[in-house]
Design a protein around this ligand. Structure first.
Ligand code: 4AD
Ligand code: MG
Length: 467
């Protein structure tokens, strides 16, 4: 076959130099046609759109044609031609075809319309479907949006450790990291495992959040963000929880509560707008096939001012709803941890826009949140979103050493491995604030997918670590 340098389909479909010889490589989505001419829809992953390959059967060997089946990988040389039919502007009149990889007839993606559950079982192949191609291209674009946003604002990307020996964030159950022989564990007289001879010489785990190390960096570099995998071993089998998920955690020195909320709102709007501006083809596909209200919802978020709502007022609204006969599964009272049905009532029914809830009771929030003067509430913020519920959790941090220590003691938090965190409050402490955005929660919102397992390539959930 003549060597012609490859054009990606995304670029090819924009070309207008009809008559040029081109080469494309990709996988066959469908093949149809008559005895004289066949049409192959070829996709190479660079775009949701396929290029149509027109094959005059007379010019090709029967043995070769037999191998051009759904899923097969082809290299095609041909003439770029203006397309007459509806759909794409350009197509290719095939001159030479090479089958780079034939596709066994056990290929599970022969037909359209597989269920999401089935596609999860073949997560190694699902990126080849239109839906998952779109989701993973959007996932990439959202990562670029995140880096762009923070870079433009002068934040530094700071890499916090994945393996940690501090278990004090209390954000969730941790996965242990060990090289110990589990069949032969040495224990002391109380039956506790001895970790002296373990790899790190002490008990270690996978991180649940990069925040605490992020705070160290913010009190030196001024403004930083982390963006990496985090791990939580909670047994939450919901459409919004993963055991391994990616989190973005900015941390900003000298920021107060209102600046924190401004940053949260500006950041999410930037990301959603980025998707609208850079992922139009994929969003249109998802809007058509997955969620008819998607693009409208994204535009609405970009153009809406988020509600800023103290927890106490939120509880009043929920109590009024209950008084008027609205039924919630979980009880509502001052001090309760809001369930996602409560959050969604506020966002989807009462306000019909995103809500940043603030000033939570200290009992339901982490030890590091800045305590308010009332002695009851802390400067925590949760950003609540339509369809999703909590998408961001953050706070102003307690920068006062004595107040922080008092809270730590009150909560019996094991701080022996945390001396380094407390040092920030001893050596030039400063007001600071930060938040964590669940990357897959953002993707749920931006793609309109219903289950968080379908916005990460290989989901890890209880009893599931396939692929
Ligand atoms: O609210 P969380 O637990 O906050 C923290 O971890 C803080 N250290 C963040 C900070 O202030 N730097 O988690 C933050 C976000 C949640 O709002 C949610 O979007 C997401 O992380 N998240 C999860 N996403 C998927 N699966 C899970 N199991 C998640 N748990 C939290
Ligand atoms: Mg939270």
């Amino acid at each position: 076959m003549e060597k012609i340098s490859r054009t990606k389909i995304v670029d090819l479909l924009k070309r207008e130099d009809f008559g040029a010889m081109v080469n494309v490589k990709g996988w066959v989505r469908t093949r149809r046609g008559s005895k004289q001419v066949n049409f192959i829809a070829l996709n190479d992953g660079s775009t949701i759109n396929n290029v149509q390959i027109v094959v005059d059967l007379e010019n090709f060997d029967e043995a070769l044609l037999k191998d051009i089946t759904t899923g097969a990988c082809l290299s095609v040389n041909g003439v770029l031609t203006e397309s007459v039919g509806a759909g794409q502007k350009a197509e290719i009149q095939a001159r030479e075809i090479e089958v780079l990889g034939t596709c066994d007839n056990t290929y599970p993606l022969q037909k359209k319309g597989h269920s999401m559950e089935f596609l999860r079982e073949i997560a190694h192949l699902r990126p080849r479907t239109n839906t998952f191609g779109a989701v993973f291209r959007i996932r990439h674009n959202m990562a670029i949006a995140i880096h762009t946003f923070f870079h433009q604002k002068g934040f530094f990307y700071f890499h916090t450790p994945i393996i940690t020996a501090s278990d004090c964030e209390g954000a969730g159950q941790m996965f242990q990291v060990t090289t110990k022989n589990l069949y032969d564990l040495k224990k002391d007289e109380n039956g506790s495992i001895i970790y002296d001879d373990d790899f790190f010489g002490k008990q270690a785990s996978l991180t649940v959040s990069g925040q605490l190390e992020g705070e160290l960096a913010a009190t030196a570099l001024g403004a930083i963000y982390t963006f990496g995998p985090t791990f939580r071993a909670e047994n939450s089998n919901t459409p919004r929880h993963l055991a391994e998920f990616w989190m973005v955690e900015p941390e900003v020195a000298f920021a107060d509560l209102s600046e924190l909320m401004d940053l949260e709102e500006e950041f999410i709007k930037f990301c959603v707008k980025w998707a609208l501006d850079n992922c139009a083809d994929d969003l249109e596909f998802l809007n058509k096939m997955v969620d008819k209200g998607l693009i409208e919802r994204l535009q609405k978020v970009v153009n809406t001012e988020f509600v800023r709502l103290p927890y106490t007022e939120g509880i009043k609204i929920l109590e009024e709803a209950v008084a008027k006969g609205h039924k919630f599964e979980f009880p509502v009272y001052w001090g309760c941890d809001l369930a996602s049905e409560h959050e969604r009532y506020l966002v989807e029914e009462h306000f019909q826009k995103p809500v940043i809830m603030i000033d939570y009771p200290k009992e339901i929030k982490a030890f590091y949140m800045k305590q308010n003067e009332d002695g009851k509430t802390v400067q925590g913020t949760d950003v609540l979103f339509p369809q999703i519920g909590e998408i961001i959790g953050g706070s102003v941090r307690e920068e006062n050493y004595d107040k922080l220590m008092a809270r730590i003691t009150e909560l019996h938090i094991p701080m022996k491995d945390m001396w380094w965190y407390l040092d920030t409050r001893k050596y030039g402490t400063c007001p600071h604030a930060g938040f964590g955005l669940g990357f897959e929660r953002l993707l749920l919102f931006v793609t309109g997918m219903a289950n968080i397992r379908d916005v990460i390539p290989f989901p890890r959930t209880p009893r599931n670590a396939e692929f």
